[in-house]
Design a binder for this molecule. Structure first.
Ligand code: FRU
Length: 526
């Protein structure tokens, strides 16, 4: 192991006392968030989704298990509820659901990151220190009046609260990228450690042909990095630049997750513009290339982008994402004290050649007040059920056709409902399509309100059991104060959206055109 000099990566001592080397800019951010976060009442935030401490949040960063806690950092601008020069916000949790804020971890306070401390990852060094890797962004004026943007990868080392940027930053500048690859679009390193203790990271980059590629770097000790390979190339298929990659082995396959910008819809896949992509395949570490066998969107809803995963101490691959999307995130007013929340952390698996997602099992611990109604017939009308309502709930629903010879035309679940508002998840068996619709959720803006998902029925097809065409669908809806996440057929597909309906709109009703039989269980989430 190379012994790297780390004089700047320790707290230094002045007059015998340890003094924190945090910059003025970081100290100001920490002071600001401390004061202004207190002005946001608890009920004005999600109950079990992480939201920004104050101001603006985008991508999850540095998702890591360190010293007995889950650490999650995030792209952060404390001073405004709109995007600004990026800092890293910081929170910790024991159960992935309840988060405690820690002081902001990084600010754009060095020459090599002065225009933004962009997304990145984290790991734990053999000596117990916490290692962060991120993209430093710099804008440079050109002689012709234009502006060049340069992105380079940088390190910071810390103790779980305070981080010091590495004296030899930047550590990866793209000089060894393949011929013609962009130095402007070269960002979002995601870090992991191999079984032999060496380090790898993947990054998004634009290839010479102007479309995305994922590049892989390797390092013996985490500080000196060399280019290893291009893991996957877009070849003009999925959007343009690929942001926020993650790469891991799961259930005998290799999975590449990334968030491509400027995607074109392909059938019912990739409708989000700024979309998400999951490639599943076989990886050869000799060539460093992934041979793709399957592609799909990660989430089929509206507000979802920039995934990041962690391998939990008990071996689960858990993914979290920004529960917003660049196409829908700039219509709120500046007076809003916070904007940006994360999705529920989701356990991933690969089955039937596809990516499956389930809310982390820790969520089951929050369930209380179960209400179950079995074999309910909803026929050409609307039904409400005693005890089935709420805005912080976990709702499980199984639908089937009351008459297999005459399959219902449409079923809809209405929730977050009062006299004027509701949001709907509807299902048309003959089209095999589930639609989410928040048009009547109380929004006064013409943002994107609907998204459709073509049910893939991978498990039903494998088992030869009734699927969407026969009117069969399993649905799990998780509602928090500002969001709805819909898990279809045991997590085969997921649709996520944010929701700003008044919290006292807690009604739920079931609507059918035709005859639907349903089993439903509702739990409140503490
Ligand atoms: C993705 C992204 C990243 C970048 C960060 C900047 O949402 O554009 O590529 O690092 O956000 O905030």
């Amino acid at each position: 192991m190379v012994n790297v000099p780390l004089t700047h990566c320790t707290k230094y001592k002045k007059n015998g006392e340890e003094e924190n080397m945090n910059s003025q800019m970081l100290r100001e951010a920490r002071g600001y968030e401390e004061i202004y976060a207190k002005q946001i009442p608890e009920e004005a935030r999600p109950a079990f989704h992480l939201s920004t401490r104050v101001g603006w949040m985008n991508d999850p960063n540095g998702f890591c298990y360190y010293q007995g806690k889950y650490h999650l950092f995030y792209q952060y601008y404390p001073y405004d509820s709109h995007w600004g020069p990026m800092h890293w916000g910081h929170a910790v949790s024991s159960d992935l659901l309840h988060w405690e804020y820690l002081p902001a971890a990084l600010a754009p306070d060095e020459l090599y990151d002065r225009d933004g401390v962009y997304s990145g990852g984290a790991g734990v060094l053999p000596d117990g220190r916490h290692l962060l890797i991120y993209t430093g962004r710099v804008l440079q004026n050109r002689a012709d009046g234009g502006i060049d943007e340069i992105q380079k990868q940088c390190l910071a080392v810390g103790d779980g609260v305070d981080y010091v940027k590495y004296e030899n930053n930047p550590v990866i500048d793209g000089s060894d990228l393949p011929e013609g690859s962009s130095r402007t679009h070269f960002r979002d390193p995601k870090l992991w450690q191999e079984a032999d203790g060496t380090w790898r990271c993947v990054m998004g980059n634009l290839a010479a042909d102007g479309t995305g590629q994922i590049v892989q770097y390797e390092s013996k000790e985490g500080f000196r990095w060399n280019f290893k390979s291009v893991i996957a190339k877009n070849n003009g298929r999925f959007g343009v630049m690929w942001e926020c990659p993650d790469f891991f082995e799961l259930d005998g396959k290799h999975v590449l997750l990334t968030s491509p910008q400027d995607m074109l819809p392909d059938g019912f896949e990739y409708h989000n513009g700024n979309g998400t992509l999951c490639l599943i395949g076989t990886y050869d570490d000799k060539t460093g290339e992934l041979t793709e066998e399957h592609n799909q969107a990660i989430d089929y809803g509206i507000d979802f982008y920039a995934t990041q995963t962690i391998l939990t101490p008990d071996g689960r691959r858990v993914m979290i994402a920004w529960m917003q999307n660049w196409d829908t995130c700039n219509l709120h007013t500046r007076v809003q004290p916070w904007f940006g929340q994360m999705t529920l952390p989701r356990e991933l698996s690969v089955k039937n050649g596809r990516l499956y997602q389930q809310p982390v099992r820790e969520l089951l611990e929050l369930r209380e007040n179960a209400v179950t109604c079995e074999d309910v017939l909803v026929k050409d009308g609307t039904v409400t059920l005693e005890g089935i309502r709420g805005r912080r709930i976990d709702l499980e629903l199984e639908l089937s056709a009351a008459d297999p010879e005459d399959i219902y035309k449409k079923f809809a679940l209405h929730f977050a409902q009062n006299k004027t508002c509701y949001t709907a998840v509807s299902f048309r068996p003959y089209e095999e399509i589930v639609k989410i619709d928040r048009k009547f959720s109380g929004s006064r803006r013409a943002i994107i309100h609907q998204r459709r998902c073509l049910i893939c029925d991978a498990q039903a097809k494998a088992d030869g059991t009734p699927g969407a065409k026969q009117g069969h669908l399993k649905l799990r809806l998780i509602l928090d104060r500002f969001s709805a996440e819909v898990f279809l057929n045991d997590g085969e597909q997921v649709m996520t959206m944010t929701l700003y309906t008044d919290h006292d709109a807690d009604g739920i009703s079931f609507v059918a055109d035709g005859a639907v039989r349903l089993n439903v269980t509702k739990y409140d989430l503490r």
